[in-house]
Design a protein around this ligand. Structure first.
Ligand SMILES: [Zn+2]
Length: 421
């Protein structure tokens, strides 16, 4: 994508592999990939075409961060004067406003498990073709939701189809699941999202349905994930072979054994529960109380998951409510992992970069600073291994390079793209 050569020198390299930070380590970027690090980078930079040099003395060089759970088009405040706020045209433009804000926070990739219309597929293509500046996007379409699932209507008329500007699409039979998976794959999604019940009290989707989606999607090259807070759903999702599971609050030891045996990662996404509970001015008190209780349950189940060696991934659910302002909270989950699950800051940085590449479909190609890897690199002016809270804070992001190209942070107003309050 880019022919430019960039040498980042004298920074402390935190390479995303889990290796200890290495002071004074150079990184050379050529043709959109990391071509060399350390003394080899300095040596190679001295030959060949001109090199732009970034002096990172006193700063920290990391892989571009990955938020594994962002909704670009779920909650969209409507500016006054917009006549058709539910139109695909409006929804797409509104979602596009978020893109620079995410880059500015140091996040060069987002995995998007559900949105309106095919907004997120369109945004992905706009970014990939250079129409828009934005993070790399791994896009689902509308979430496949049975009656009683998180995105279905919870009041009559029960048999009404959900409109295209709703994030869920109703699937009530096995055929519905297969047909919708085929439709979305034909439209170019990277990911199929299945949505079980809100809190996980009821299992609304069967193992056979999940397995049918997995079979269909995998054959067509798409991944599958599921909103699954319940015990039975989590176990059935593991047995059906989804690619990763969201939440898993009520997973028992036996359920987690099934997840571990299948080698499936879990992305708990604590951030949205805690942020809603602490900062959601429009969230009813009874919902806040339930969120806090369920957060404790989920922390306990994820401690048990971690103890079993299950890979935990990091996402925030930014954009799923007005309080989940895109651009503001992307670093929140990493700090939560350190505080509640006993990971070190260095370990969560590795999860947020190398491990999270899984949910971009780019495991082994993205997320570390090693020769041959995609050149997504950020430079921070503070040490995230000492202060994990700085991850995602635009104030500390000095340089963002995506696909080997430096992003002009100065041209992006900080308030652009924020959801209307
Ligand atoms: Zn979500």
């Amino acid at each position: 994508m880019s022919g430019s050569r960039i040498l980042i020198k004298d920074g402390t390299l935190i390479d995303g592999t889990g290796r200890e930070p290495a002071a004074g380590t150079a990184v050379l970027i050529e043709n959109g990939v990391i071509s060399a690090t350390g003394t080899a980078a300095i040596r190679d930079a001295a030959h060949g075409p001109a090199v732009r040099t970034i002096d990172a003395g006193g700063q920290y060089v990391l892989p571009g961060l990955i938020d594994g759970h962002v909704h670009l088009s779920m909650v969209q405040g409507t500016p006054a004067g917009i006549r058709f706020p539910t139109s695909a045209e409006h929804c797409t433009l509104r979602a596009a406003q978020h893109l620079p804000t995410i880059l500015r926070a140091g996040f060069t990739s987002v995995s998007v498990p559900g949105g309106k219309w095919f907004v997120d597929v369109t945004l992905r293509e706009a970014v990939n073709t250079g129409m828009l500046e934005g993070p790399r996007i791994f896009a689902a379409g509308r979430a496949l939701t049975p009656r009683g699932g998180i995105f279905s209507r919870h009041q009559p008329p029960w048999d009404q189809k959900l409109p295209d500007d709703m994030v869920g699409v109703l699937c009530n039979t096995l055929d519905d699941y297969i047909t919708e998976t085929r439709r979305q794959c034909a439209a170019g999604v990277n990911l199929i999202k299945i949505a079980d019940s809100v809190w996980g009290d009821t299992q609304t989707v069967s193992r056979a349905e999940i397995a049918a989606v997995v079979d269909e999607a995998h054959r067509r090259g798409a991944k599958v994930t599921i909103h699954s807070r319940g015990s039975g759903t989590t176990r059935d999702a593991a047995l059906a072979g989804v690619d990763w599971i969201f939440h898993a609050d009520f997973a028992t030891g036996d359920d987690l054994d099934a997840v571990a045996k299948a080698g499936i990662p879990i992305m708990p996404t604590f951030a949205q529960g805690e942020i809603w509970a602490l900062h959601g001015n429009d969230v009813p008190q009874e919902t806040k109380d339930r969120l806090k209780w369920q957060l404790d349950v989920n922390v306990a189940s994820m401690q048990a998951a971690k103890a079993r060696g299950i890979k935990l991934l990091i996402g925030t659910d930014s954009g799923n409510a007005p309080v989940m302002t895109i651009g503001k909270w992307h670093g929140y989950e990493a700090a939560f992992f350190v505080e509640h699950l006993g990971y070190s800051p260095l370990e969560v940085i590795t999860i947020q970069t190398r491990d999270n590449a899984t949910v971009m479909g780019l495991a082994g190609k993205l997320g570390t600073i090693e020769p041959g890897m995609i050149a997504d690199v950020i430079v921070l002016d503070a040490d995230p291994t000492k202060h994990i809270q700085i991850l995602g804070d635009p104030a500390h992001v000095k340089t963002v390079i995506k696909d080997g190209r430096e992003i002009d942070l100065g041209s992006q107003p900080e308030t652009r793209g924020r959801l209307a309050a």
